[in-house]
Design a protein around this ligand. Structure first.
Ligand code: HEC
Length: 320
C-alpha cells in the first residue's frame, strides 16, 4: 500500500545519479564520515537472559533495583566483557555453548543526518569461523532496534523489551510453537515464562500500532562480495517485516571486517515506522549475528540513546 511513496522517498535523486554513475560509482546517499564522532559499543553474548529473567530477583540480583528505576546500562556499563565471557562459556544462561565463540564483539557507531534522511554507520569484525552454519543463508546480520520513547521497557532495557523467556530458543520456549519477539504491551497476562499467546484484542493492537507503541527494527543481511539485503520491520505482538522497506543498507567488507551504512527517511512512511525529529531522545539497541549465527546465538548491546544535532545522548547524529 505504501510502496509508491517508499519508492520515491528511497531514490529522490535517482535521475541525477544515473548520469553521474557513467563516470564514477557514487552511492545515492554518500556521506563524508570524516570527523563524524565514533561511539564504541561493546556487544556481548546474552544467552537466555530474557526480560523476565532479568526482572526476577531469585535469578538476577539487579532485578530489585531495575524495578526501582535503575536501567540495565547504568549498572552494567563496562562489564560487557565479563558478562559475555561468562555466558558464552556455558557457566550461566547458555545450555549449548559454541566452542571458540567470542564473548564480545566491538561495534563502532557513527550517526549523521541531512534534511531528508538519518544515516547510521556500523563497523565490526566478526568472530573466527566455527564451521557450524546455523543460518546457512547469511554470513552476518546486523540489526538496529529503534524507539522514540513510546515503549517504556525499551527506554529502560533496550532490546530486552522484546526478548522474552518463551521466545524461540529461550528457556521457556513451548514445544512445537514458535514465539518471536513481542512487547509486554501486546499481552493480557505476563508470567515468569513470558506472555505466551495471551494476545490483546486485535482492535487494541491496531490502536497500539497507530499510536506508535511498537519497536522499529532495521536489519542488513550480508554475504561476502554481495550487496547488503535491507530488511525493515516492527515488533508489537510479534516480529513482522514491512514488504517495501524504506530503510536502505550498503555494505563493504574485508575478510571478517564489515561496515554497513543504514539510511532511512526521517519522515515516517506509515504503519510500523517512527518519525525521526530533532528534540526527541531515541532508544537504540544493536545486535550482530556473526559467523552464520541465528536466534539467541548473537551479540547484543545494552540500550543506548540517540538524538539529532545536539543533546545528552550516547550517540549524536550530526547534521551534514
Ligand atoms: C542494580 C544494578 C543492576 C541492574 C539495574 C541490572 N543488573 Fe544485571 N546484574 C547485576 C549484578 C550485580 C549481576 C551479577 C550476577 C547476579 O547477581 O545475578 C548481574 C548479572 C547480569 C547478567 C548475567 C551475567 C553475570 O555476570 O552473572 C546479565 C545478562 C544481566 N545482569 C543483564 C541485565 C539486564 C538485561 C538488565 C536490565 C533489564 C540488568 N542486568 C539490570 C546488576 C544489575
Amino acid at each position: 500500500m505504501h510502496s509508491p511513496h517508499f519508492q520515491t522517498a528511497r531514490w529522490p535523486l535517482a535521475g541525477l545519479f544515473a548520469l553521474m554513475t557513467t563516470f564514477v560509482s557514487v552511492p545515492v546517499w554518500a556521506i563524508d564520515w570524516n570527523g563524524v564522532p565514533v561511539t564504541d559499543v561493546t556487544l556481548f553474548y546474552p544467552g537466555q537472559s530474557s526480560l523476565e529473567w532479568a526482572m526476577t530477583e531469585d535469578d538476577h540480583s539487579g532485578a530489585k533495583k531495575f524495578r526501582a528505576g535503575k536501567d540495565c546500562f547504568e549498572c552494567h556499563d563496562g562489564e560487557e566483557k565479563d558478562i559475555g565471557a561468562k555466558i558464552v562459556s556455558g557457566k550461566k544462561l547458555e545450555p549449548n555453548p559454541i566452542a571458540g565463540k567470542p564473548g564480545t564483539l566491538a561495534l563502532k557507531v557513527q550517526a549523521a543526518h541531512d534534511a531528508e534522511r538519518l544515516y547510521l554507520r556500523l563497523s565490526w569484525t566478526g568472530g573466527a569461523t566455527s564451521g557450524t552454519h546455523m543460518d546457512p543463508k547469511y554470513a552476518e546480520r546486523v540489526t538496529v532496534m529503534f524507539d522514540d520513547g513510546s515503549v517504556k521497557e525499551a527506554s529502560r532495557a533496550g532490546c530486552w523489551a522484546s526478548c522474552h523467556d518463551d521466545a524461540q530458543g529461550m528457556a521457556s520456549a513451548p514445544e512445537g510453537k514458535k514465539i518471536t519477539k513481542y512487547l509486554w504491551g501486546s499481552r493480557t497476562k505476563i508470567t515468569r515464562q513470558g506472555g505466551g499467546e495471551n494476545f490483546k484484542a486485535d482492535a487494541e493492537l491496531a490502536q497500539q500500532l497507530a499510536g506508535g507503541q511498537f519497536l522499529e527494527f532495521w536489519q542488513a543481511r550480508l554475504n561476502p562480495g554481495q550487496p547488503a539485503e535491507a530488511v525493515q520491520g516492527y515488533v508489537l505482538e510479534k516480529r513482522q517485516t514491512i514488504s517495501s522497506p524504506a530503510v536502505s543498507a550498503e555494505a563493504s567488507q574485508q575478510g571478517n571486517a564489515w561496515t554497513v551504512v543504514f539510511s532511512r527517511p526521517l519522515q515516517s512512511g506509515g504503519a510500523g515506522q517512527k518519525a525521526i525529529v530533532a528534540g526527541t531522545t531515541y532508544s537504540v539497541g544493536f545486535a550482530v549475528h556473526d559467523d552464520y549465527a541465528s536466534h539467541r546465538f548473537h551479540h547484543v548491546s545494552f540500550g543506548r540513546t540517540l538524538v539529532l544535532d545536539q543533546g545528552k545522548a550516547d550517540i549524536v547524529a550530526v547534521k551534514k
